[in-house]
Design a binder for this molecule. Structure first.
Ligand SMILES: Cc1cc2nc3c(=O)[nH]c(=O)nc-3n(C[C@H](O)[C@H](O)[C@H](O)COP(=O)(O)OP(=O)(O)OC[C@H]3O[C@@H](n4cnc5c(N)ncnc54)[C@H](O)[C@@H]3O)c2cc1C
Length: 506
């Protein structure tokens, strides 16, 4: 063993948004009590993006790794529970479907549940797939409970994530990180110093003249990409030809006082040149219109957003601009980009915070044994490439499989060329209802099934093994599964009351 190479002893994180503080909290936690020093520099003058309020279930693992208690987290971030996303108008106006966390029904005879549902439909029974989805049956009634019981019982299959206030989450993690030894510095980085011989970053300098030297730098400067792009010129793969939305307007609003309870899911509603999110938090609702500015003006988009709020706006509308894509090298030299500095996939499936978490996990697992980091870098970049691309493909599906016509934005996305991966995935599903998980995709079979069937893509045949059950037995089993799901959903507590009880408990 050769342990003579210089070990990483100083980590410098530039940026204190969600990415910066998630990274600082995680590294502070894993290096607690060691001789690794972690500095974080953030600039109040520059500020953060401050949106990013919906997550996917992986976030539970991140909080668990840090040892954060759920009730503390709910209190600190004004969080609510999220069971999935309701997509409104994606096939055509007036139609809606739900992309749940968790599963549909119960797999039987070694194959996925949906083949038995397809068999019943093939025999003329018009049964809704959502009848077999606990997340939706609970969600639509405004109910929530933690998963419990055996994994084959309906409540055991439930999966959930959170809606939370991103600014409060960063503040919460800042307290955590500082308590775990991370040193915070306030100031704008005005100079990045590189080694002449290899181009590695040696130090960053802030406006008051202080310098922070490091072995490893984490660029969490958001869309600025101060280290990874402005300094190291890692390059950017622009994916706007597949995901043309490049703008958003966002505004928080009062919760609708007439609304019957606290909704445990996000909604994503199509608009003329994109879609609008609605995210219920404890104290307010997060809203935004994601759009392509080639098809609608910023003023029009802001007007549409403001005329589609459930309650009074609580702030001025914020304008954001982005280019969908990712850095060609997310880890270059001794710098790793995490968060918006590494790339951006629009928030349709709430994946950006997951991508932060995933990059942090990979960084910890591949943490370089020596400061040059050469071996870890290649693997890290390959894995991040795969993750971004597979999520990108899933997002493209939503736009491409639509019957919305007569609107230039939707005509474009409906008729554009899509990646081969997506063409093949759709062909396999249309042929015989199969969905195969490839390249460690984060969105697995139930997710693809939800969007395909929700947007009208139906298979021509089902799996032949579904014929193991006779027609009547198949229907009996479907009926039994549906009843168990409905009973479970009806027995679950009201979501708003559940959250209130959790945050009140000491
Ligand atoms: C419209 C929109 C909606 C979104 N919705 C979701 C969602 O629902 N779910 C989800 O998971 N994600 C969502 N995201 C993404 C999410 O907001 C980001 O992933 C997350 O906030 C992380 O941002 P960040 O920390 O990388 O960057 P930022 O929040 O921009 O933070 C950048 C930090 O870098 C600092 N900085 C920059 N330059 C300097 C400098 N020169 N010197 C010192 N400090 C500097 C700033 O002070 C700031 O602290 C959304 C994003 C957008 C644009």
């Amino acid at each position: 063993m050769n342990n003579t190479a210089k070990a990483v002893k100083k980590i410098v994180i530039v940026g204190g948004g969600t990415a910066g503080w998630m990274t600082a909290a995680a590294l502070g936690h894993v290096f607690r009590g060691s001789d690794v020093r972690i500095d974080l520099i953030e600039s109040e003058d520059i500020g953060t993006v401050g949106v990013g309020e919906a997550t996917i279930p992986e976030i539970l693992k991140f909080n668990a790794m840090l040892g954060i208690h759920e009730a503390d987290f709910l209190r600190a971030t004004k969080a609510t529970f999220k069971l999935g996303i309701e997509f409104i108008g994606w096939t055509k106006d007036g139609e809606r479907y739900f992309h749940p966390f968790g599963v549909y029904g119960t797999d039987m005879e070694g194959i996925s549940f949906h083949h038995f549902w397809l068999k019943a439909r093939a025999q003329g029974h018009d049964i809704a797939l959502s009848d077999f989805c606990l997340a939706w049956q609970a969600g639509v009634k405004g109910r929530f409970a933690h998963p419990a019981g055996p994994p084959n019982a309906p409540l055991g299959t439930l999966s959930y994530a959170y809606h939370f206030d991103a600014v409060l989450y960063a503040r919460f993690l800042r307290q955590y990180a500082e308590a775990h030894g991370v040193h915070r510095h306030q100031g704008k980085v005005t100079e990045v110093k590189q080694n002449g011989n290899n181009g590695n970053i040696r130090a960053v300098r802030i406006e008051d003249g202080r310098e922070f030297a490091g072995d490893l730098f984490v660029d969490c400067t958001g869309f600025y990409g101060l280290l990874i792009e402005k300094t190291l010129q890692a390059g950017y793969d622009d994916w706007s030809h597949w995901l043309p939305c490049n703008s958003a307007v966002a505004v928080p609003s009062e919760r609708d006082p007439a609304a019957p309870g606290l909704r445990p899911y996000t909604t994503a509603t199509t608009r003329t040149a994109g879609w609008q999110w609605n995210i219920p938090l404890q104290h307010r609702t997060g809203n935004g219109y994601v759009y392509c500015n080639a098809y609608i003006s910023d003023d029009e988009a802001a007007g549409t957003l403001l005329s589609n709020l459930d309650g009074k706006p609580l702030a001025d509308v914020r304008q954001l601009r982005f280019t969908t894509g990712k850095r060609k090298q997310v880890w270059k030299n001794n710098c790793i980009a995490i968060g918006l500095s590494s790339g951006f996939l629009e928030p349709l499936e709430s994946t950006s915070i997951h991508l932060i978490q995933s990059a942090i996990t990979k960084l910890i697992n591949l943490f370089p044994a020596s400061a040059d980091g050469t071996v870890s870098r290649g693997v890290f970049n390959r894995l991040i490439d795969q993750e971004f691309s597979t999520i990108r493909n899933f997002l493209i599906l939503h736009y491409n499989v639509t019957e919305r016509t007569g609107m230039p934005f939707w005509d474009h996305v409906r008729t554009m060329d899509v990646p081969d991966f997506l063409t093949d995935k759709r062909a396999l599903f249309e042929h015989s209802g199969r969905i195969y998980r490839e390249e460690n995709e984060i969105f697995t079979e139930p997710s693809w099934l939800a969007v395909f069937t929700g947007q009208g893509v139906m298979p021509r045949q089902y799996h032949p093994i579904a014929n193991v059950l006779g027609a009547e037995e198949n229907l009996d089993r479907l009926q039994a599964i549906k009843s168990a799901i409905m009973q479970t959903a009806n027995a679950m507590p009201d979501h708003g009351e559940y959250v209130a009880r959790m945050i009140a408990a000491k």
